[in-house]
Write a protein that binds this ligand. Sequence first.
Ligand code: FAD
Length: 489
Amino acid sequence: GNKAIIIGSGIAGIAASIRLANKGYQVEVFEANAYPGGKLSEIEIQGYRFDAGPSLFTLPEQVEELFRISGKNPDEHFQYTKLPVVCHYFWEDGTRLNAFADLDQFAQEVEQQLGEPAAHVHKALERSSYIYQHLAPLFMHRSLHRFGTWVNKDALKSYLRMGKLGIFSTMNRANERHFQNPKVVQLFNRYATYNGSNPYETPATLNIIPHLEFNIGAFFPNKGMHDITLSLYRLALDLGVKFHFGQKVEEILVENGQASGVSIKGTRHTAELVVTNMDMVNAYKTILRKQKQPKLLLNQPKSSSALIFYWGIKKDFAELDLHNIFFSENYREEFSHIFQKGTIYHDPTVYINITSVYKKDDAPEGCMNWFTMINVPNNQGQDWDRLIKEARKNILQKLNRILQTDVESLIEVEDILDPRTIESRTSSANGALYGNSSNNKYAAFLRHANFSSEIKNLYFCGGSVHPGGGIPLCLLSAKIMAEMIPEGK
Ligand code: FAD
């Protein structure tokens, strides 16, 4: 049969391998690391298990669909739970709020804790779902780079609604119009960070995100986020996909304008088609360096990165949930530090993800696994060792103030992930979490296509190309891409 080579076993690369195997291709995946999953991996330190990267899971049907198209019942291979409380929010002045998954309950809670009329919340979520309904069919499920996407009835209707869809405003301005309490504005502005953007710059269209969380739901895979990788990896193996680990592709071979395979340490591996799951910017810089470069896309600003402290904590905090946010007192300053000044604000918003709340064996008895993360600029060669030391101190002081405890004395084990290691472990340009940022209209909607317009039989999937970063969009990128590829013979 026809052979397909996939470069990279990130979540989109695995999804692509499953889809192409289903199309009748003999699929081989070459992965630089010794393990599958890229950013979606896990680490273990002395009895504590941590999901290494992504922690929030939405749109589980994108995972399930991969089992279904392979003739399997997803329930038997991948189980997850819908979260009753999406997030716990904490402010310095002692205000606390539970973001209940149930919309009525959430709106009530916002009214009780923050004095914002529940009706405002309902209205904001209605707008969010309006944007989703009019944009998802066009943007999330199709290639923006094919003529047919632009000239059909749905598309025409969407153009007429551009203003209403928020293209011309920013997320922050839209939220300030909707809400009177700055804390509610802050809470809704936070959704910009779901794709590494700045709420004070990104189009209000990104207010599509709360719809995913509240109207569709947030979930937790029962065996942890890493089970998304493992269950799909097993499915791919089952379909006959061959994985080669520790195999870093050095070049995509192109003959007569057509991709013909890859080269690894001088060895040529040929195939009828080549898919790259590698970060698009670094792909052009390395494995496609001899090919024509899409300069405009390569020079777009990148999304933010993250600094993570994996802390084994020898205490059980009853007030903490799976997702916890400790807000900065000055959100605007925090983002201007990340995106304009390229540094870390002294009072960052701290996110703690604790999977042991749902999956007890992720930490020893009476302990918790704190994945403690702040948003930071992408890597421009800053003095990270100094920034990390300062940030660690500021984070600990903030948590001590809000939780009324001494966190440092509870830390039993520690590991750190920073923009440099994110870059070196998954080859993402500047360690950005989500490829190019969505901080302007162009970047938000025009990412690199899922195919090459210069080289035949070369395809792209993953968080740095259309439709965008984050697990659900990565899975969709593999789907949109596979739909362009003819059945294997
Ligand atoms: P990647 O995970 O980037 O993997 C690419 C793979 O390609 C890697 O395994 C790499 O080794 C391999 N590769 C690269 N170059 C080569 C080469 N030359 N040869 C062979 N192999 C190569 N998303 C969410 O949905 N929810 C979240 O809560 C969330 N939080 C995040 C937090 C952090 C800290 C990070 C880092 C990311 C987060 N994301 C989140 C984003 C999400 O992790 C990514 O969008 C997604 O995992 C990217 O998948 P991908 O398929 O693009 O590939």
